[in-house]
Design a protein around this ligand. Structure first.
Ligand code: AMP
Length: 282
């Protein structure tokens, strides 16, 4: 695996590979890697000639400075895992390399309702930060395909919109959420859970599965409220339990029994904020 720290060097390398007619796949991350990230690398390897990843804990997407400060860093293990998974290139830029003009953004991305709903509402500025960093990364790497995890459902929608807004030529591939044996969605933030919290954390997935099992056409609010109440009773501080249209993310309160849905949860266990979602397809 080749390591790059400089954007210009990575850009030239990727350009040269594309000129040779090779396709490139890119899976950006914030490090503290787990099998969820590695599944993206595997998908990259299956679908493209050259697999590229990046590790950059992006300061502009953290609305909570404490969360940024406490974000786990495990770079040596990350490199080991990526090499083992067959990643070809790894980009590890500095903040200066990613933000040569400073972190104050001059560009605003018009994300419409995606920025006012759910993560957009509870994490003000988060998606502008995500767009800033992903836009810069995509301009450097210019990948044939971009691999993202369904675990961050709304982020996938935001990046899809970013690609549309900027006219960048990359095909988005969304990979399924990888879970621990008990169902908990793998996440770098799980490392910050105590042993007891780790056991509690699976209630999020259980709640999503419960909603999927119990959902019926008609008014969805009672089910949604019951689920939120259950999580609060289990020691979570719930930001939202939402049932939304899978394509627009608009809330669905009265369901016709046909539209495809996504159920999304964000909740804190002590200081750690966890998110997860489940699709309901018809
Ligand atoms: P992060 O390092 O958390 O910014 O995540 C980097 C990429 O990995 C994003 O596209 C995430 O959606 C994806 N990812 C994170 N957790 C998982 C998971 N459990 N399963 C699949 N993909 C994931």
């Amino acid at each position: 695996m080749i390591l790059f720290k400089k954007a210009d060097e990575l850009r030239s390398y990727c350009e040269a590979k594309k000129k040779q007619g090779l396709s490139t796949g890119f899976a950006p991350t914030m490090g503290a890697l787990h099998e969820g990230h590695i599944s993206l690398i595997k998908a990259c390897r299956e679908k493209t000639d050259i697999t590229i990843s990046s590790i950059f804990v992006n300061p502009t997407q953290f609305n909570d400075p404490k969360d940024f400060k406490q974000y786990p860093h495990t770079i040596e293990k990350d490199i080991y895992l990526l090499e083992g998974a067959g990643c070809d290139l790894l980009f590890i830029p500095s903040v200066e390399e990613m933000y040569p003009n400073g972190i104050q953004s001059t560009q605003h991305y018009n994300l419409g309702v995606l920025e006012t709903l759910l993560e957009g509402k509870f994490r003000p500025g988060h998606f502008q930060g995500v767009c800033q960093v992903v836009h810069r990364l995509l301009e450097i790497v210019d990948p044939t395909m971009l691999f993202l995890g369904q675990k961050d459902y709304q982020q996938c929608m935001v990046i899809n919109e970013l690609i549309r807004l900027t006219g960048l030529q990359t095909e988005l591939s969304i990979c399924p959420t990888q879970r621990e044996a008990d169902g908990l969605a793998m996440s770098s933030r799980n490392m910050r859970l105590s042993e007891t919290e780790r056991k509690q954390a699976v209630r999020i997935y259980e709640t999503l599965s419960f909603i999927k099992q119990e959902i019926k056409p008609g008014n969805l609010l009672p089910l949604q409220e019951k689920a939120a109440q259950f999580l609060n009773d289990q020691g979570f501080k719930v930001d939202y339990v939402a049932i939304a249209n899978q394509h627009t993310l608009e809330p669905v309160t009265e369901w016709n029994g046909h539209d495809s849905l996504v159920v999304l949860i964000a909740a804190f266990l002590h200081e750690v904020r966890l998110i997860d979602n489940i699709l309901i397809d018809f």
